[in-house]
Design a protein around this ligand. Structure first.
Ligand SMILES: [Zn+2]
Ligand SMILES: [Zn+2]
Length: 337
């Protein structure tokens, strides 16, 4: 496919899509029913539908019977850990293999023309973004992912959380399934904004931001504290009357759903003429500019707070004006002191 039909590439090799990044027409006033209808299929397809199916598969084939989950024992916990690790390896690895190892579409639609493997850096373990990101995801990401999963399932199994039955509460549970990505966005924005405060940024979140040019393994490349905060979204279902299947779906949206935002390509080519929109641009801009786009645009909180960057020249000018105002405020404070 010809990327220049859909965007431009500057002298430094940065690719900018023609269409500025937009937020979902969900929380807008006045409501936009036509835009909402056009957008709705993207809400489900492909990712959220896929993560719901994966949660169903875990519920059917991976999660042990309730009696087993009532006690914390190594057998079922380690089995769950192993299956999570294999699933993460396959899902993240599939994007990595296709786009970054085989480089099947070269740099077409790639925001940053460089591949991380070609740019060794001292900020990473073994100077390699790939090894560093992979190791952090596997050594701390998957264990913490599994730990949260085990504790939430154990709480459900022991009656510590309100577990609703589908037959009596199908309408509420269906609604809850529908808003799982919205809960995710709310949670992600809150913890993400929190870890961008100076102290937590320095000690926790800077690990994730070492990858200025993110690739699939960057998705779970975090400090353990960030893993804990990020994946804790599953625990919302211990408070909201829910069902463990929906809690699993919530966890999969966070865990498996981190990939699309870090894939580094605006489109993933499927055939010579068709491609899948990655929806990665908003978060790519966050990795590039740091203090913009704390959320992924499902709830337009960044727009409300003035931190949204749509990738356009206007968006750039707005960001620079905001940074200049912040600097002036800090200087004024210093002069006063
Ligand atoms: Zn990120
Ligand atoms: Zn960040």
């Amino acid at each position: 496919m010809d990327e220049l039909q859909y965007g431009t590439r500057d002298k430094r090799g940065n690719y900018t899509p023609n269409e500025p990044a937009g937020t979902a027409p969900l929380f807008v006033f006045p409501p936009q029913p036509a835009a909402l209808l056009r957008w709705l299929p993207h809400y489900f397809l492909p990712y959220n539908a896929l993560f719901f199916l994966s949660a169903l598969a875990w519920w059917a084939w991976v999660i042990p019977p309730v009696e087993v989950m009532q006690t914390l024992q190594w057998g079922w916990v380690l089995r769950l850990f192993a299956i999570n690790a294999v699933a993460v390896f396959l899902w993240y690895g599939a994007f990595e293999l296709h786009l970054y190892i085989r480089r099947a579409q070269g740099t077409r639609f790639k925001y940053n023309a460089k591949f991380p493997a070609d740019a060794p850096s001292n900020v990473f373990w073994f100077k390699s973004q790939n090894i560093d990101n992979f190791a952090r995801g596997m050594l701390s990401g998957v264990p913490i992912w599994t730990g949260i999963q085990v504790l939430v399932l154990w709480a459900f199994a022991n009656g510590y959380a309100p577990w609703l039955s589908w037959s009596d509460n199908w309408l509420w549970l269906a609604f809850l399934c529908l808003i799982v990505p919205v809960i995710h966005e709310f949670h992600f924005f809150c913890i993400h904004r929190l870890i961008h405060t100076p102290f937590l940024y320095k000690w926790v979140h800077s690990v994730h931001h070492n990858s200025i040019n993110p690739s699939p393994w960057s998705s779970l490349s975090m400090h353990p504290v960030e893993h804990l905060l990020y994946l804790a979204t599953m625990a919302y279902h211990l408070v909201i009357p829910s069902h463990p299947l929906i809690a699993l779906y919530q966890l999969h949206v966070a865990g498996f759903g981190a990939v699309p935002g870090h894939v580094g390509f605006d489109k993933v080519e499927l055939t010579d003429e068709t491609a899948l929109d990655s929806h990665a641009y908003i978060h790519y801009l966050h990795h590039k500019y740091f203090e913009v786009n704390y959320g992924d645009g499902l709830i337009p909180i960044d727009k409300w707070l003035g931190t949204f960057h749509d990738g356009s020249k206007d968006g750039d000018a707005r960001m620079k004006a905001r940074y200049a105002a912040k600097k002036a405020r800090l200087n004024a404070k210093e002069d006063a002191a």
